[in-house]
Design a protein around this ligand. Structure first.
Ligand SMILES: O=C([O-])C(=O)C[C@H](O)[C@@H](O)C(=O)[O-]
Ligand SMILES: [Mg+2]
Length: 427
């Protein structure tokens, strides 16, 4: 093994990133959201970057893995799965919109099943990305070359529209069709996104149908998606599909679980997409056999990294299921990782999701720039992003100074600070 490629040190930096008050079926985004930045430093003095969810349960898995890595090679990404500790059966099912179930909040949260294995993979993914970045920088090759090479020079992303409170950000409130259309216009103007996804499950379906109709009038012929994160029954989902069938590119997770999704799929022609009922390899056989979804929205974090994203892509290709990408609050390191792997996937026919425009803070410099809704695929060594250590230190200091309130994402708790009796709606 080339000594230069041996891991010398792993640095974990938990951070809190400011986030606007975006509404979803689980509540509202907290003012700060936790992320974890992973740096793998080789004996050759090269540093590779990775990023993942930063709630406490993820940190608990990351710390022992960081200790186990020195002495291994950054080329051994398959072996990364071995030293990553398996969390207890209870881990990952604590409180919070993303890490677990709050009482009264549907246990499937926003990201589907919460198994200890999925939690572990979400952590491993950041280490894998960091190793690939370090390897690419050492060899002078972009990450996409390490994954077999790019098949496109740009990756298309979709505008991610949210109902939102006014907050202190530059976007203002969006609580009705006019507000959503105004938001979409700005995404169109400033980023050039072609397709629009509305995060639903916030208001009654009629109001969300009206918002999608308003988008269709404003942007005729443009791909539109609606994602209520499983807030609807089968019958409600079918009613929405009937109302919007002529304008939707796809309906995303209208109801919870493979059985409900399969029933909806059997009774409508509107394509169904998911980042909730197919989020692990274990769920694939049943979902694909039942024809529950036509598009899987992959999230390289919870699928276990960039190589596994390509494994998922191969399975989707085999079964004639489309593939695109899910996004959660993330920074430029994850965006670069998404873009690098997306560049290698031949069958990517739907614009990928990204939250990135909602994030005004980042730890990479310069900020990636979308042109006509697309990001150019970097051919620079590794991920092609540079760490802004000053920005990282500021966001880490915020995490250190936090009294624990924001270290675990909990959208239900956040909404209850102003609406104490809030409970999630199901239609
Ligand atoms: O279903 C989805 O696309 C998501 O869950 C993406 C994000 O989690 C989003 O809904 C959020 O953060 O509110
Ligand atoms: Mg979704």
């Amino acid at each position: 093994m080339d000594a230069k490629l041996t891991v010398d040190e792993v640095r974990l930096t938990p951070i809190l990133v400011s986030d606007p008050p975006l509404l979803n079926t689980q509540g509202v985004h907290q003012p700060y959201t936790p992320r974890l930045v992973v740096e793998v430093v080789t004996r050759g003095g090269v540093s590779g970057l990775g990023e993942t969810y930063g709630d406490g349960v993820y940190l608990d898995v990351a710390r022992p893995l960081a200790e186990a890595l020195p002495g291994r090679s950054v080329t051994d990404v398959n072996a990364l799965f071995e030293p990553a500790p398996r969390p207890d059966a209870g881990a990952g099912t604590g409180t919070g919109a993303d890490t677990g179930a709050d009482t009264g909040v549907d246990a499937s949260g926003l990201r589907g099943v919460r198994t200890p294995e999925k939690l572990r993979l979400s952590v491993v993914s950041a280490f894998e990305t960091a190793c690939l970045d370090a390897l690419g920088r050492t060899l002078g090759l972009p990450v996409h070359a390490l994954l077999g090479g790019k098949v496109r020079d740009e990756v298309e992303y979709s505008a991610y529209l949210f109902y939102k409170w006014a907050g202190t950000d530059a976007w203002g409130a969006a609580l009705d069709p006019a507000g959503i259309v105004a938001q979409a216009r700005r995404f169109d103007r400033e980023y050039g996104f072609r397709s629009f996804k509305l995060k639903g499950g916030v208001f009654a379906p009629d109001q969300e149908i009206a918002a999608v109709r308003a988008l269709a009038r404003e942007f005729p012929g443009r791909p539109l998606r609606l994602d209520p994160n499983g807030a609807w029954s089968v019958e409600t989902s079918l009613a929405v599909a009937r109302e919007l069938g002529d304008v939707l590119e796809y309906l995303e997770d209208p109801a919870i679980g493979i059985a409900a999704m399969a029933e909806i799929a059997a009774r409508t022609d509107v394509p169904l997409a998911t980042n909730m009922c197919v989020t692990t390899f274990e769920e694939i056989p049943e979902a694909f056999a039942e024809h529950a979804v036509r598009i899987v929205l992959c999230d390289h974090h919870y699928w276990g990294g960039l190589h596994r994203t390509r494994e998922l892509a191969a399975l989707c290709r085999t079964y004639g299921v489309g593939l695109s990408m899910h996004s959660n609050t993330h920074l430029g390191i994850s965006l670069a990782a998404m873009t690098q792997v997306a560049a290698t996937l031949p069958g990517l026919r739907h614009a990928c999701d990204t939250h990135y425009p909602w994030q005004t803070e980042d730890v990479v410099t310069p900020r990636p720039v979308f042109r006509e809704g697309r990001l150019g695929v970097s051919d620079a060594p590794g991920l092609g992003v540079e760490l802004d250590r000053e920005a990282l230190a500021v966001l880490h200091r915020r995490w250190l100074e936090d009294d624990g309130r924001y270290r675990d994402r909990d959208d239900a708790a956040a909404i209850r600070t102003t609406h104490p009796n809030w409970t999630p709606n199901h239609w």
